[in-house]
Ligand binder design. Structure first.
Ligand code: ATP
Length: 359
């Protein structure tokens, strides 16, 4: 089992402003990130991702709690212990820290080594290596303005790896790139990680990006951790409706449980083909993915097609169930006409209480 390289214990950050009063940006975060792991912070805008990253980097003080990096305490509020960013040994690519346009690539990449007063020959060697690993060979004299967005992003990556950090913090590093380039840069980041073995914390609000790059991810909302798990567990076993909805398309069906049967709310005559879960309450919400529902002609809950829309890869149907319309997406070959009788069966569902604070 890999060692825990980044540990957050009861980390809280409050901001006080004249207009908003006191806002808890990060509420009692406990996190253990393993050595060599690619770990993403994922959540909607304002959920506390960047603030957490800035506290790990040392740019932001803690209101409460402690942070340990590579076995050493770097921030402990109670003891007033604080190690400044340049002594934390981290590589960083922040969205706001773009490349410096007035410096050529060599100077951009060499900068962190120059600050550390690394000997000149050593700087030349290490910059050359960093440029090689980011596919910028022989570009030392070029200025960033002559390069594409993707190449500029590589300069920032080269500058981050040139110090040979054990931990790399990446805050929305791909957000300024077009979708194709984003995808290829993801692979490049993963390849660099494999080559150098550093631990990565990747901040994004893009679900598919986080899924593609992460070993594990933390999903947060409004300053609270909702769930920490692998991408597939987060997708298949979300702990609440917020995580379910945030990680993919969701269909929520309000149901009522009665005498061992499950009914769609508003129709207590026709039971649904669902087994009652453990810890059932009378009113619950059944969650599933629109593309994981079996729409067919002979088994399940009998209903009809209320509407249908032809999308790029799928056909999307709405079918009545009690007082609700269930969204279903199927491959184009499973074709039903508007008004046609149909049956609905469920393959994989999650159950949530009707009263779910996250919703
Ligand atoms: P985004 O995806 O938009 O960058 P985020 O998840 O990174 O969002 P944070 O930037 O960490 O969110 O902000 C969390 C909360 O803390 C927000 O409500 C934000 O307004 C507040 N906040 C962040 N920095 C400050 C600050 N310097 N002063 C006051 N409030 C702040």
């Amino acid at each position: 089992m890999a060692e825990d390289q980044i540990i957050l214990k009861h980390v809280t950050k409050r901001f006080t402003t004249k207009t908003l009063g006191t806002v808890t940006a990060v509420n009692d975060f406990n996190l253990n990130i393993h050595e060599g792991e690619c770990f993403s912070f994922l959540g909607p805008s304002g959920c506390g991702k960047t603030t957490t990253l800035r506290m790990i980097a040392g740019f932001e003080d803690l209101s409460e709690g402690e942070i340990h990096l590579c076995g050493q305490p770097v921030s402990i509020k109670e003891k007033n212990l604080y190690v400044p960013p340049e002594k934390r040994g981290l590589g960083m690519v922040f969205q706001a820290f773009a490349v410096w346009p007035h410096m050529n690539i060599f100077d951009n990449v060499a900068f962190p080594l120059q600050i550390k007063k690394v000997p000149h020959d050593e700087i030349r060697k290490r910059v050359k290596e960093a440029l090689h690993h980011t596919s910028l060979d022989n570009m030392e004299d070029v200025y960033p303005s002559d390069l594409s967005g993707g190449q500029q992003q590589r300069i920032a990556l080269a500058r981050a790896i040139v110090t040979n950090p054990k931990v790399m913090l990446l805050d929305e590093p791909l957000s300024n790139l077009d979708p194709k380039l984003r995808e290829s840069m993801r692979f490049e980041i993963k390849a660099l990680q494999r080559k150098f073995g550093f631990t990565v914390i990747f901040v994004t609000h893009d679900q598919s990006e986080a899924m593609a790059i992460s070993d594990r991810m933390m999903v947060c909302d409004m300053g609270n951790i909702m769930q920490i798990d692998t991408p597939s567990n987060l997708y298949n076993k979300p702990v609440n409706r917020f995580v379910h909805n945030f990680l993919g398309q969701s269909t929520f069906l309000h149901v009522v449980l009665n005498h061992g049967q499950v009914y769609a709310r508003g129709d207590m005559q026709n039971p649904l083909p669902l087994a009652i879960p453990e810890h059932a309450e009378r009113e619950m919400v059944v969650a599933t993915r629109p593309n994981a529902i079996d729409l067919n002609r002979d088994h399940g809950f009998k209903t009809h097609i209320y509407s249908r829309v032809f999308l790029t890869d799928t056909t999307e149907y709405l079918v009545p169930m009690g007082d609700q319309l269930l969204k279903i997406q199927t491959p184009h070959r499973i074709a039903f006409g508007k008004g046609e009788e149909c049956y609905v069966d469920f393959t994989h569902v999650m159950w949530y209480p009707e009263e779910d604070e996250s919703a």
